[in-house]
Design a protein. Structure first.
Length: 424
């Protein structure tokens, strides 16, 4: 017998068995503000099909399902709960499952990869520190490798998506539009005004504006999960801002940074198309139609992406290490102010527009965390002064540390508790 498991972003899991939808665990209290608000509609769900005796949990995004009450089976009785434990999209007899007797080799690879990915800010900071103190350590990095590295990283991001995921944007248009608007308004304008406020040199100002005009970073999905945010919305926002970056990043950079340096908008457009849109769509296509291949390589993609980002950022620092030592404090301050403004205004403006706490956290993280390595690559390819890439590299360290710290704070505060306290 087949069953589908649904899990809402508000922590109320459901199971669907034999065509009947019923709650797996629903602490329903008629007078509870939380349940009065969410008992009728789930805004975002995840779905999985598996046999009833398989230890699995939902992991794939699907459109939302509307629930009006606790459904009963055809006999009039509530269906019993079904316990789930492991994470997988679909299971078969040949799949690797973690048993009590020990982990499979694939399981250990996933654990190691997850550990490396979780320590992402540390690796990037170490890479930048090495570039600052020992710039010769990056002499082996060739210019063409920067393009290959970011392309491979975006391919890995695309492998986490399917074309069905993109359809999920229709399920939450308000949240998605709010996040998209703030992504390409708060950060570019903040970068512009911070450059004016600190009177940054033209090359640093152009680099700061460039990173402010970049799409959301892939690390934001992990940080959103830690912060108890809306992970489905995070993935969709990252995908939407990344695809839109083909037009938005060159357009905004040309208009805001054009007064500082000459900006090749057409060149930026072509490069963004090559290193962002094409690999993301190829990755999504592979995940949709070549699941076995993606399943084989997916555990290796996160640590490879982390290593790539650390090397690219460290190399950007190494190329201008002497200049950074002389004026590095100004760049660090500018990057910190940029990302603090992104996190702050992303959350405050989302809440003022009526977005729930969980989704507001997600929008805040998505706005505050940029795809800085894309900025490094674009600055290296299209700006003559290598110092233009420095704010992008410093930005990667700043937003990773700030985002991780913010996620640690929010993780201790339940979104539902914060939602109830904020209500009049």
């Amino acid at each position: 017998m087949q069953a589908s498991f649904l899990s809402s972003d508000h922590g109320i899991p459901f199971c669907k068995s034999e065509g009947v939808l019923c709650p797996k665990r629903l602490p329903f209290k008629p007078n509870s503000p939380r349940n009065l608000k969410y008992k009728h509609t789930l805004t975002s769900c995840t779905r999985l099909s598996a046999t009833l005796d398989s230890p699995c949990r939902a992991n794939v995004i699907s459109p939302p399902t509307t629930l009006t009450s606790r459904s009963r089976s055809s006999t009039g009785r509530f269906l019993p709960p079904i316990l789930c434990s492991n994470s997988s999209n679909s299971l078969s007899a040949n799949d690797d499952i973690v048993h009590s007797s020990g982990r499979s080799f694939r399981g250990w690879v996933e654990v190691v990869g997850e550990t490396i990915s979780t320590l992402f800010p540390i690796w990037v900071a170490l890479g930048c520190f090495l570039g600052l103190m020992r710039p010769n350590s990056y002499n082996w990095v060739q210019p063409k490798w920067t393009m290959m590295g970011i392309t491979f990283t975006m391919l890995g991001m695309g492998m986490t998506l399917t074309f069905d995921d993109l359809k999920g944007a229709l399920a939450m248009p308000k949240e998605l539009f709010t996040g998209f608007f703030l992504q390409y308004s708060v950060m570019p304008l903040s970068a512009f005004f911070i450059s004016k406020l600190l009177n940054l040199p033209s090359y640093y100002a152009a680099g700061l504006i460039l990173v402010g005009c970049c799409p959301g970073g892939t690390a934001s999905n992990i940080v959103t999960y830690i912060a108890r945010g809306n992970v489905a919305l995070s993935v969709l926002m990252t995908a939407a801002s990344t695809v839109s970056a083909v037009v938005m990043t060159p357009f905004l950079t040309a208009h805001l940074a054009g007064q500082y340096v000459a900006v090749d908008a057409i060149g930026l457009l072509i490069s963004t198309l090559q290193v962002v849109l094409v690999p993301v769509l190829v990755g999504a296509f592979m995940n949709q139609y070549f699941k076995r291949v993606v399943k084989l390589v997916s555990p290796l993609m996160p640590p490879i992406a982390v290593a790539t980002v650390a090397v690219l950022c460290g190399n950007a620092i190494a190329q201008s290490s002497s200049a950074i030592r002389m004026s590095g404090q100004q760049v660090v301050l500018a990057a910190l102010l940029l990302h603090v403004s992104g996190f702050f205004f992303g959350y405050i403006l989302s809440r003022s527009l009526g977005v729930d706490v969980s989704s507001s956290r997600t929008i805040s993280i998505e706005v505050g965390m940029q795809n800085s390595v894309l900025g490094v690559v674009l600055a290296t390819q299209h700006f003559g002064n290598p110092l233009t890439a420095v704010p992008c590299a410093v930005s990667s360290v700043c937003h990773s540390i700030l985002g991780s710290a913010l996620a640690g704070i929010w993780r201790r505060i339940s979104p539902e508790t914060q939602e109830v306290k904020s209500e009049p």
